[in-house]
Design a protein around this ligand. Structure first.
Ligand code: ATP
Ligand code: MG
Length: 601
């Protein structure tokens, strides 16, 4: 392609709308253009990158025996009602764009495709003989993200590869899951990314085991905890660890103490000269279940620990049956306004005890009249502890479970693991922390969707059995931008060779120099013919401008037919390290071939 004929517009300045380097660079270098909030046009250079990433994804998927298909983006609400996710996706998370057609039928734009694929399996897979089966697609997804940001990282319209597998037994599912873990590692390695596979929470998609593939980068929205020995890595949402030991309590007898202005653990510990590990703190949450019932949740946890809301949400989902509900729609820390809806009198916030009375709640049809009291494991073994007194400005010290306070019946593990904690598999290892961009997520779904949607096959024994399912997603557009986030310098993007839009760019320093033009044209034709994807910068611009643009758009090799032509050579500059080589014109093709092969093998 000739730059003189391309839509080639680069910006000198960083666009104000972009916060992270990869977003700035893709905008400046003319790869993407913002059309609306979370909505981007992929311009020709970007589209080439996306096609290359898709092709790597496709090759790795096909190698496992999965088959490509294309599913509809318009999805009838009825399918989502069958799986029980219509309300969660349109109201609670609100992530699905929903609409009503002219016949008053409700539809959603596909944020994911479990419902569609399960319905197909239900109709078309009759017998165990047809299993296992794995279908995938590469397609645009729609999600009404509450905070679209960072360009393609979190768009409202983005490209995903999603695959779904069907099995008759767990072993078969596990085998495909392992194959996918390997395929995902291959995809990321081939795309030139540094990444880590981590244990993950399964979230709203549901199911049991799951792993995320994290591209390591400062701008990542996720925190990953891992050990140096390589034995453990998990998303902080899921991570487990051993908490620090509690210090023995200095308070031998139970008494109430005046502790003015100590509504935080920090202030309290300073005032009482004690350790936060001797405190039971009581944190209030408000959960709304899918039947509209609000439940006030009081979590008692050791003072030096924090509640992990993802783990708490999972515990509350398990308890949904106690409230005749199926799932939790919202989980929040109730602010003053939220409290006004149910509080019978003002709460002793910052001074609450594990036994704070239920009559603080004005029960109603929508609000459960009793606190759901949970105790985290870190608080269960504490003795002579400090905690609230249910009276502002006062705490109690020297308290014990089942003496002054009944131990809540439900013991949970909802603490947040953090950097520096000892690892469970080996207490000599401490957890380290890194930022990551989640580019892939693989799940063992089990029978969640097949059961809900009545999708069964006939087993060898002639029984109707629900499919055992897995699902596997890669954010193709997010992956492409992550590559930039991991690889750039002050001059611009440094594409990994495997996913660069072009391999080489010939920058003619002076288009009025006939010899320069002649060599450039010859190389341009020859390189493209031999499969080295090459751009020709034939614009009437100064050499400096052309070199700057070539660096900005990040093409791996820049070829300059300049001064060295006298010796029958051109200059070839490697984008990644600015190394310059003088190469005979006749040897440019073979040299580049070698370099490219070495870079993508
Ligand atoms: P996140 O936690 O980042 O919102 P998710 O858990 O919702 O991701 P999945 O539903 O597992 O993501 O989707 C599979 C993959 O699709 C993700 O690993 C990610 O790479 C990509 N992805 C998800 N949401 C977006 C988005 N809004 N924009 C771009 N890519 C996305
Ligand atoms: Mg999401």
């Amino acid at each position: 392609m000739r730059l003189s004929q391309m839509l080639f517009v680069t910006l000198r300045e960083d666009p104000a709308e972009a916060e992270i380097p990869s977003h700035k660079l893709l905008l400046r270098a003319g790869y993407i253009r913002r059309i609306g909030s979370g909505i981007y046009a992929y311009l020709p250079l970007m589209w080439r990158v996306l096609k290359k990433v898709s092709q790597i994804v496709r090759e790795e998927m096909d190698a496992t025996g999965a088959q490509e298909c294309l599913l509809p983006q318009l999805q009838p609400a009825d399918l989502w009602r069958e799986s029980g996710r219509w309300d969660t996706y349109t109201q609670a998370e609100g992530i699905m764009f929903a609409m009503t057609d002219r016949q008053q039928r409700e539809l959603g734009l596909g944020p994911t495709h479990e419902e569609v694929i399960t319905t197909i399996a239900k109709d078309m897979i009759r017998s165990y003989r047809q299993l296992p089966l794995h279908l995938y697609q590469i397609q645009t997804k729609f999600r009404d993200e509450i905070r679209p940001r960072f360009g393609l990282m979190r768009g409202r319209e983005f490209i995903m590869k999603d695959g779904y597998s069907f099995h008759t037994n767990e072993e078969s599912l596990k085998k495909t899951y392992q194959d996918m873990a390997q395929a995902y590692s291959n995809m990321l390695r081939r795309s030139g990314l540094q990444f880590r596979a981590v244990d993950a929470d399964s979230g709203a998609i549901g199911g049991s085991g799951s792993q995320e593939f994290m591209v390591l980068a400062e701008a990542g929205e996720d925190e990953v905890l891992y050990t140096e020995d390589g034995q453990y890595a998990a998303n902080v949402e899921k991570a487990v660890s051993m908490p620090a030991d509690a210090e023995p309590s200095p308070f031998a007898t139970f008494e109430k103490r005046e502790t003015p202005g100590t509504e935080t653990i920090d202030k309290l510990c300073k005032f009482l000269k004690c350790s936060p590990t001797q405190v039971v703190k009581n944190v209030l949450y408000q959960a709304v279940y899918d039947n509209g019932i609000t439940v006030l949740v009081l979590v008692s946890i050791r003072g030096d620990q924090d509640v992990n809301q993802v783990k708490l949400l999972n515990e509350l989902t398990k308890l949904a049956g106690n409230y005749q509900a199926k799932t939790v729609l919202f989980l929040t820390v109730p602010d003053a306004e939220a409290q006004r809806k149910w509080a019978a009198k003002s709460l002793p916030l910052g001074y609450m005890a594990p036994d704070v009375a239920d009559d603080y709640i004005a029960g109603s049809k929508e609000v459960n009249s009793k606190f759901l009291r949970l105790v985290d494991r870190t608080a269960v073994d504490l003795t002579n502890f400090v905690t609230g007194s249910n009276e502002s400005g006062y705490h109690v010290v020297g308290a014990n479970w089942n003496k002054e306070f009944p131990l809540p019946a439900t013991v949970v593990g909802v603490r947040t693991a953090k950097k520096g904690d000892r690892a469970v598999h080996n207490p000599e290892q401490t957890l380290q922390s890194a930022r990551g961009i989640e580019v892939g997520h693989i799940f063992q779904l089990g029978t969640k969707y097949s059961q809900a949607m009545g999708a069964t096959y006939t087993s060898e024994q002639g029984e109707e059995m629900p499919f055992i399912m897995g699902c596997y997603g890669v954010g193709v557009s997010r992956l492409a931008q992550s590559a930039v986030e991991q690889s750039y310098d002050k001059d611009g993007i440094i594409w990994p060779v495997a996913i660069a839009p072009y391999h080489a760019i010939i920058s003619i320093p002076n288009i009025s120099d006939a010899q320069q033009v002649e060599v450039a044209e010859k190389l341009y034709a020859e390189l493209n013919q031999s499969g080295i994807e090459t751009l020709l910068d034939d614009r009437d611009e100064r050499a400096g401008v052309k070199f700057k643009d070539a660096d900005l758009i990040g093409i791996p090799y820049r070829i300059v037919p300049g001064r060295s032509l006298k010796a029958g050579k051109v200059e070839v500059v490697e984008r990644a390290n600015h190394k310059s080589h003088e190469i005979l014109v006749d040897e440019v093709n073979s040299t580049l071939k070698q370099w490219i092969e070495a870079a993508i093998s």
